[in-house]
Design a protein around this ligand. Structure first.
Ligand code: CP
Length: 302
């Protein structure tokens, strides 16, 4: 993984993903180390973020590295019209690794091609969010004891939700069965269903939750991605399509965990938060250990 960019979850092999999970477990036991001393990580966020940016920064700080970057472009030369290429080539002069979130699909791949240092995709439009997927894999392994043969319900905006796209690809290596629950207009794109067809994996599409949670090991809920809609009326029609409530978890499997990449708007009722099956805040915490593993691996320090 040394010097490798991480733009798509496909950039890491199954073995490399498993190695990141293993390392994340080691960082969880021993999160404060000095292995990034002298290293500079740039976090370039062209779109808002709380968890991804701050957990990367927390990860680097705990390992003794330094952070530079921006969380919005207004105070940078992007606002003067500087191109992405020029921004990346410049920041690559100042850092050992670039972590970038950008609204345009494919922007992270482009950045990795023009950068002299590795680029980690922290979300590119509706495309992919591979570091979220690695922390999701870590969270699933930690709570289920295995990644194999799990029943996964994905609920909400499956069209624009980049986290479910990356997670589907990753879990397709572990013989998962999927239930996709979404409004018709926000269904899982056909390219992802084609991948499952090619691998001979089972998936079912639903427009209502009904009893889909009954056999689930993981219920993965996503926010309807308001920022991806060109017509606000279309967003209004689906914004509250699914709200997961505590009552819906009655009679579900004891090992079931409710996950969500966050931020949450209305799609999980706060009455779920105290249920032992709610896992989204621990999931966010797992992001620090997983991102420690990603940064240290790419910088070749472990
Ligand atoms: N999960 C996630 O990407 O959250 P942020 O948008 O807050 O980074």
């Amino acid at each position: 993984m040394k010097n490798k960019s991480l733009v798509s979850i496909n950039d890491f092999t199954k073995e490399e993903c498993l190695r990141i999970i293993e390392l994340a477990g080691e960082f969880e036991k021993n999160p404060v180390q000095d292995i990034l001393k002298g290293k500079v990580v740039a976090t370039l966020f062209f779109e808002p973020s709380t968890r991804t940016r701050l957990s990367f920064e927390s990860a680097v700080n705990k390992l003794g590295g330094r952070i530079i970057g921006f969380s919005e472009t207004a105070s940078t030369s992007v606002s003067k019209g500087e191109s992405l290429k020029d921004t990346i080539k410049t920041v690559a002069n100042y850092s050992d690794l670039i972590v970038m979130r950008h609204p345009i699909e494919g922007s992270a791949r482009y950045a990795s091609e023009v950068s002299m240092v590795p680029v980690v995709n922290a979300g590119d439009g509706a495309n992919q969010h591979p570091t979220q997927t690695l922390l999701d894999l870590f969270s699933i392994k930690k709570t289920q004891g295995t990644l194999e043969n799990l029943n996964i319900c994905m609920v909400g905006d499956l069209k624009y939700g980049r986290t479910v796209h990356s997670l589907l690809i990753a879990m397709s290596d572990f013989n998962a069965t999927f239930n996709f629950i979404s409004p018709k207009t926000l269904q899982m794109p056909s390219e992802y269903k084609k991948l499952l067809d090619e691998k001979g994996l089972k998936y079912y599409e639903h427009e209502e939750i009904h009893d889909t949670f009954k056999h689930a090991d993981i219920v993965y809920v996503t926010r309807v991605q308001k920022e991806r809609f060109s017509d606000p009326i279309d967003y209004e029609k689906v914004k509250n399509a699914f709200i997961v409530k505590n009552k819906m978890l009655e009679g579900t499997k004891p090992n079931l965990k409710v996950m969500h990449p966050l931020p949450r708007v209305n799609e999980i009722d706060t009455d779920v938060d105290d249920n032992e099956k709610a896992y989204y805040f621990q999931q966010a915490k797992n992001g620090v250990y997983t991102r420690q593993a990603i940064v240290a691996s790419i910088l070749g320090l472990i």
